[in-house]
Each structure stands twice: as C-alpha cells, then as structure tokens.
Design a protein around this ligand. Sequence first.
Ligand code: FMN
Length: 312
Amino acid sequence: MRKNLGSKPYLLPMPVLVIGTYNEDESANAMNVAYASLRDEKTISLYISRSHKTTDNILRTQAFTVGFADLMHLPDADYVGCVSGNTVTDKVDRTGLDPIPSEFVDAPVFDALPISLDCSLLSYDEEDDHVVGKIENVSIDTAYLGEKNAPDTTSMDLLLYNSAENTYQLLGDTVGTPFRGDENLNLMGYGAEENVQEEEPSKENLAKNLPERIARVKAMEKKMNGLQEAQDKLNAALDAFEAYGDESDAFDAYYSSSDWMEDYDADNLGLFPDDLDRGVLNEDIPYDVLGGNYELGRRLQKLARKLLGRSH
Ligand SMILES: Cc1cc2nc3c(=O)[nH]c(=O)nc-3n(C[C@H](O)[C@H](O)[C@H](O)COP(=O)(O)O)c2cc1C
C-alpha cells in the first residue's frame, strides 16, 4: 500500500554545502546551502535567496567556493546556515572553517573542509534565486586522496541534509558501480544462480596440481597465523592505549587550563629548577602530541572502514 503525501521538498539526498565569499572588507563569509546540483560536467546550480549576504558578495566578486561539510564541522555548517553575515559580520571567525584565499577565484576556500570547488559566476536569476557557477578548480585535503589521486569519499564523513526528516545524515556505504548494467544485478544477487556453474568436485581433477595446491595451503596457513599474531599485537596495543584514557584526558584538560598558563609564566620567570623536565610547557610539543591523537583517530577510522568492508 502507498500513501500520497502531496507536493513536498523531498529530493533525497541533498548535500550540505558551505558557500564561501568575500565581504566588502575582504573578510570571509560562509553560508549553508542544500538546494544545489551539478548542471553539467563544468557548471553547478545553487539556489540562494537574494536577501542573503552571500548573494551580494557573489554579485560583487563574481565568485564563490563550495565546500563539502563533514561530520567534524557539522556545528560550523549549521551555524553559518542560521546566522547571516548581514547581522553577524565576523561569523566565520566564530567557526573552525579556516578560510584561505582561493588560487583561482576571488573567494575563500575553507581549509578545514575535505573538498572545495572554486567557482566563477556565470549567471544569477533573481526570479528563482538561481546561481550558475563554472567550476574552475577542485581542491582536496591530501589526507583524503585515494588511489590514482581520486578523492576517497568513503573516509570523509560527508554530511547530507534530509529535508523529509529535517536531519543531517552521513553519506553511506559504497554498494555498487554505476554504468555497469547487469554486473550490479549479479552483485546484488539477482540472476546470480543462472551464472554460477559449479563443477562437481572430483578426486581426479583436484589431484592434478597437488604440489601447487599444497604449497598454496602452506602459504595461506602462514598468512592466517601472521594475521592472528598481528591482531593480537594490535589488540594489546589498543588495550594499553584505552587504559591510558584518563591520563590522556587529564593532560588534554591541563594543556587548555589556566594552570598550564601559570606554569608557563612561572617557567619564563625562571622559577623552576634547571633540571626539571618541562617539555609539557613547550608551545609546540604538547600541541603535537595531542594532534597525534587526532591523526591516530583518522588512521583508525580509515582502518575501521577497510576492515568493515567500506573501502572499495
Ligand atoms: C541545512 C540548511 C540548508 C540551507 N539551504 C539553503 C539554500 O539552499 N538556499 C538558501 O538561500 N538558504 C539556505 N539556507 C539558509 C542560509 O544558509 C542562511 O539564511 C544563512 O544565514 C545565509 O547567510 P548569509 O546571509 O551570510 O549569506 C540553509 C540553511 C540550513 C541550516
């Protein structure tokens, strides 16, 4: 049974895009756009109300960037979709979007986002809020470059806007390959039976390449045992890392506390003995060590996706 819901804005999924433009004073502005699509291979369509600061900026500079919002920047993407640069002039400064100048157009690229399109304005139709931009360049955080320099979107945690439920969601698993016709039918199990012609195993056939068969079993036995050993080692390392969680949190809290600031000042005033180890009061070392947690997280995230069969 089906129920008619009437005319609704339910085109799913929609992207969560952060549009970057420059204000008159060359500070960066950002807004959230979900009504967007590719128009052809070189041009993009966005639908942006005339009243937005972004529209003024695009018409003045003839340029904009399109950043793809990821999970880590969900609060930033939502914030720039709720507050206008017309009223909050420093709204980008309140986010972690990290604007840097585009090398191709007069607009800011948000360095914190995984992928960005630099676009020049082709047209703006005020009647239907339709912005058409030409994609002049695509830039990507190299952490997300996969094989053959192609974007590895499975590791980006890209956000989608669900207009039916008014939620943000994550881009999901890879489940097939477009333009492959019946290969995907087979992949999904349709028609698989007709294509499988299993031969009855016979002692005579299987004995034909026995030495190679034995060598293969030996090699695979070794690989399987090696895998088990590597798993045991990784599990032991993860046990130790997890057990260190409270200490790690305490160090993280100390580094952003007033205690650290005071200890840092005390050190600069020469109050500590010369032989006191105090790498923790260096401006770079603690930052790098805590950054190591982030890098580790990204590495584990990539590994997890691979182990769970999400990397193709
Ligand atoms: C999830 C989401 C999607 C949005 N999509 C659009 C859109 O496609 N077009 C639009 O004109 N405004 C859209 N908005 C609203 C603008 O992002 C918002 O009005 C913003 O404050 C405009 O900023 P500006 O005036 O600084 O350009 C969206 C907001 C959210 C939260």
